[in-house]
Design a protein. Structure first.
Length: 486
């Protein structure tokens, strides 16, 4: 039994030391990595542009080398900041992303955890009244939530109510003793201890969603089932992406507590009120700043997870909509051929002969015309047919056509040199009082001069099927061109 227990403990230790978190802390340049990452990133700066990160890491290296560091056994890494940051990406300490069209670095969950470990190691860790009380209250809450006997739950709730009533009576009677500043300081340090674990938790949830997204896309590309079945399954996974991982389901439960903006506002207000109390003077500036940033850290963490959820849902949905198993297999085969060719080329000697690509493959687009022939047209197009020569299949077709300009022009010719447009339309025959004829009459009126009187005219148009429709427009008085020539 002892051997089995030891083997299990050793296996767990081996697995732990294979994670990027302990790899970061155990590496040769661990002090520099921790110092650089903690300088680059903060609660108010969760993402750093790649170009800015390279410049700042170079500055940190120059400052440390100028100060004489780098000669001990752990030393400073060689090379430029670009190479160093790319190595951090490969080992899983930094995550490159595109944010509003800009490539940025973010800390991975392993890097956040490593920074928290170093931060806790440098501070005071002690058994305090606040920490023990937090543990006891958590155990008591667990026992109460797990209790299935209604009678025992009622007894527990009544006991809590009695304690609250007794506390209310002491405060109302003026017998409440103020809490000692040292005890308040212990409670503040306990809050900081709990809050330091939140960024890694949020980042871990976001990374689990991204890993699930990659797995879904990879599974989709390998899926050979009917397209309809694939669409239903993967669209559902895209819509419920946050429920697809254990970390996401845990976050969904926590979101019910911290997702309400009013709770975040209340948290911010409570923290500021606490910092305004006399005991806050016992805290160093870094602790006060960290306590004040808790609500902002929670808000940024929630935003990070929700952004990862939206991005994963969008990617999965787009992949499903463009899902083409045959094309995906062709792309995969092409990429495998390219990688195999690059691998074989890289494994050859320096003086090996490489056959160059002398031409691109011919696209399979079918048969194309091999000669254009004479590009000039065979002849001039036939002249347009006069409107009066057009033969309609039936009278109903013409009735629903455009304005009858010839009839309207004949009607306008009987109105004299000046006429009111609304009166002209109302007095027209029924066959030329359609809505389109009103447009034609407006066009004829604008061939001459018009006066707009600033009033509103209302006319009633008659459609071919006998229905009517009323139109309102600015009153217009029109004069024919013949009046201007005189």
């Amino acid at each position: 039994m002892t051997s089995t227990r030891s083997e299990a403990a050793y296996a767990r230790a081996l697995a732990a030391f294979k994670t990027p978190t302990l790899d970061l802390l155990h590496g040769r340049y661990a002090p520099f990595v921790v110092a650089a990452l903690s300088s680059l990133f903060s609660a108010d700066r969760p993402a750093v542009a790649v170009s800015d990160a390279h410049v700042e890491v170079d500055e940190i290296l120059d400052e440390l080398r100028a100060a004489g560091y780098g000669d001990d056994e752990r030393g400073l890494p060689a090379g430029q900041a670009r190479e160093i940051c790319r190595y951090w990406v490969r080992v899983g300490w930094l995550v490159p992303q595109i944010d509003d069209g800009v490539e940025v670095y973010r800390l991975s969950a392993h890097a956040v955890g490593a920074l928290e470990i170093t931060g806790r190691t440098g501070g005071r860790t002690r058994v305090s009244n606040s920490r023990v009380r937090t543990l006891l209250e958590a155990v008591e809450r667990l026992a109460g939530d797990a209790e299935n006997d209604p009678q025992r739950r009622l007894e527990r709730l009544r006991g809590e109510r009695d304690l609250l009533d007794a506390e209310i009576d002491r405060v109302e009677g003026g017998h409440a003793d103020p809490v000692d500043d040292d005890e308040l300081l212990e409670e503040a340090e306990n809050i900081l201890h709990l809050a330091r674990e939140l960024p890694a938790d949020f980042t871990r949830v976001a990374e689990s969603i991204k890993a699930m997204q990659r797995d879904v896309v990879a599974d989709l590309r390998r899926d050979v089932r009917p397209t309809g079945e694939v669409l239903r399954e993967y669209l559902q996974r895209g819509q419920h992406v946050i429920q697809s991982t254990p970390e996401g389901r845990a976050f969904a439960g926590a979101l019910r507590l911290i997702g309400d903006p009013e709770r975040i506002d209340a948290l911010t207000s409570d923290l500021r009120n606490a910092l305004a109390q006399p005991f806050a003077r016992l805290m160093d500036p870094a602790q006060r700043a960290e306590l004040d940033a808790i609500s902002r850290r929670v808000e940024l963490g929630v935003q990070e997870v929700l952004t990862a959820q939206r991005r994963a849902s969008h990617v999965i949905t787009q992949q499903v909509r463009t899902h083409d198993p045959a094309r995906d297999r062709q792309v995969d085969d092409l990429l495998r051929d390219v990688m195999a060719g690059l691998h074989s080329w890289a494994s050859t000697s320096a003086d090996a002969v490489v056959d160059p690509l002398r031409g691109m493959p011919v696209a399979g687009v079918g048969h194309l015309r091999q000669s254009l022939g004479d590009i000039r047209p065979p002849g001039a197009p036939a002249p347009l047919t006069a409107a009066g020569d057009v033969e309609f299949l039936d009278s109903d077709t013409r009735a629903w056509g455009g304005p009858r300009y010839s009839e309207l022009e004949a009607h306008v010719a009987t109105l004299g040199s000046e006429y009111d447009l609304a009166g002209a339309f109302t007095g027209a025959p029924d066959g030329t009082r359609r809505p389109v004829d009103l447009v034609g009459l407006l066009e004829i009126a604008h061939r001459g001069e018009i006066d707009e009187r600033g009033e509103v005219s209302i006319v009633e148009a008659l459609r071919p099927d006998g229905t009517t429709r009323r139109f309102a427009f600015g009153s217009v008085t029109a004069r024919t061109p013949e009046e201007d020539d005189d």
